[in-house]
Ligand binder design. Structure first.
Ligand code: DC
Length: 221
């Protein structure tokens, strides 16, 4: 399936890449891979099964056989609707931990690559352009300051009726960035050929347009 176009959209959490990637996929009529959801599902599966998040062999076995289904914007794990559960902060925290284990990343590799189907794929994650789809024709690395990202997450949480502390969110964001950037396997970093897009002062629509414009330019090359 290497002839199928891929747009790899990477960046830190709450950089807006999930929303941007989904809208770009819709605009192009392409498939969409939310790779973070696979790490979140793996963490949730481990928590439910009582497998320690640093038990590399145990968590990798769960990741390799993840009974997950994505349908109409909903996510199911072994027949249970976990759409909201995987978005909980504790599960995001767990996802960041299991994502640092090489065997877990290896176990999820083929599953991610299987999403590359005609007419094309928009893949959202941390290592889409560097590891999973290094031959992607379009690569974008979305960033925003930790403060801007914490503020976006804060608004999302408050809108959903949760309580949140902005200061704690900035600290969490910085801790997660540090772990994702410092890990030995597939660290969070832009591919050398990625377009860097700082969305600190940019709205979603402008970011979507910038990605679509860049994709069009890449196709002309
Ligand atoms: O994008 P997200 O917040 O849903 O991702 C959850 C965690 O999964 C994040 O802390 C890093 C990890 N992750 C990763 O290591 N590689 C990916 N391709 C996607 C997510």
């Amino acid at each position: 399936m290497s002839g199928v176009p891929v747009l790899a959209i990477d960046g830190p959490s709450a950089s807006g890449k999930g929303t941007v990637a989904e809208r770009v996929a819709r605009a192009l009529g392409f498939h969409f891979l939310d790779s973070g959801a696979l790490y979140r599902l793996t963490a949730l599966a481990a928590m439910k099964a009582g497998v320690a998040l640093d038990d590399e062999v145990g968590v990798a076995a769960l990741a390799a056989a993840l009974p997950a289904t994505f349908r109409d914007g909903m996510v199911w794990l072994a027949g249970e609707d976990v759409t909201d559960a995987i978005r909980a902060e504790a599960v995001g925290e767990g996802a960041s931990k299991v994502a640092a284990l090489p065997a877990v990343r290896a176990a999820l590799l083929d599953r991610q690559r299987a999403y590359r189907q005609p007419p094309g794929l928009v893949a959202d994650g941390r290592d889409m352009g560097t590891v999973v789809f290094p031959d992607a024709e379009t690569k974008v690395f979305l960033t925003a300051s930790a403060e801007a990202r914490a503020e976006r997450r804060y608004k999302q949480l408050i809108e959903k009726g949760n309580s949140a502390s902005l200061l704690a969110l900035v600290a969490d964001m910085q801790a997660r960035d540090a772990r994702d950037t410092a890990r030995a396997v597939a660290p969070l970093k832009p591919a050398p050929d990625a377009l860097l897009l700082d969305t600190t002062h940019m709205g979603i629509e402008a970011a979507v347009q910038a990605v679509l414009d860049h994709h069009r330019t890449q196709q002309g090359n």
